[in-house]
Design a binder for this molecule. Sequence first.
Ligand code: GLC
Length: 405
Amino acid sequence: MSFGVKFEVPERLRWWVEARFGMFIHWGLYAIPARGEWVMFFERIPKSEYAKLARRFNPRRFDADEWVTLAKEAGMRYMVLTTRHHDGFCLWDSQVSDFTSVKATPAKRDFIAEYVEACRRAGMRIGFYYSLLDWRWPEYWDGPAKNPEGWARLRDYVHAQVRELMTNYGKIDILWYDGAWPYKAEDWQSERLNAMVRSLQPNIIINNRSGLPEDFETPEQHIRYHERPWESCMTIDESWWGYHAGDRHLKSTLEIVRLLVRCVAGNGNLLLNVGPRADGSIPEAYKRRLRAVGEWLKRNGESIYGAGAAPFRAAHLGHVTAKGNKVYVHVFYWPGKSEICIAGIKNRVTGARMLAADKTLPSEQREDRLFIKGLPKRPPDPIDTVIALELEGEPETTPPSFWTK
Ligand code: GLC
């Protein structure tokens, strides 16, 4: 399969590339202090003191089905949950650590199991985030050069945990590593680790954060186009992944939709993060936005799912995505005139339609300039009005010609 910007996608990645939109969830003990998932590090909380948070972790409002339902309502097609973040706390019943939700908390629950089951019930694709680094290990701070034996123990622990995650929960769709830094793939023996992962989960997709490129790139908190599969991960609020009571500047529905469109217009995915509260609940303000994104996707989903880059641009209006013989002009900046012009389409255009209003529009092609007519003064969808163009054949472009005339 290939899109406007040409790169081939291996078969196992096909569903993921078509899905385009996923939910990232950062959830763990750090939700209790509610100052983000790096609180242990930045406040230099001693290990023994941080461990006490576990005794207070009893998330009565945790309901995996609710999380999955919300993701569905938002139009998301996969989820990625932190199984263990840098603080070392495991949301599953790991046999190689006592610092787990099953052993160390009054909840005594395997939240990963509950999450996996809820995803399966809903037909949601399942992703696991896993941090290689664990701040609680002095061996991590020493590093492999200073303490090779200690390092080998840490590495064995990491390999054992990944093996558990890849063995105990049936088919897993995505393994989303993090935290290899400042060490290298050789230090973690990532090649061996990922070979084990793939032998246990033959169709799994692995991100690029074990120090090896594997299946996809992961630009963080920004969008950057790559010539291979990529996914931008971004927080719904300003900067924190784990719940932060003070991080209150939420992205609006409009911002989220436009981020998603910009990703798809560059052949990428968007993994949008929410950090539930310590009790397992997701703040209402997040839910409202996510559901509104889902409403937009209900009307305009064909321009996102399975779509990718188009060979020509319309930056004066917004962005363009393409799928098969169609291109989708995402008008972010509604001109307020009855006519707009899109240039550089080589194909004959056989139809134009506004998705939001399901309204056909007259159009006229003069050489490499297309004029779409009969537009209302105000944008029918202020978030992003999508105009679908039907082309003869797969979209092709012509080089700019106006200065030769
Ligand atoms: C960073 C942060 C981390 C977050 C992740 C998400 O690596 O350390 O807190 O989980 O990015 O991409």
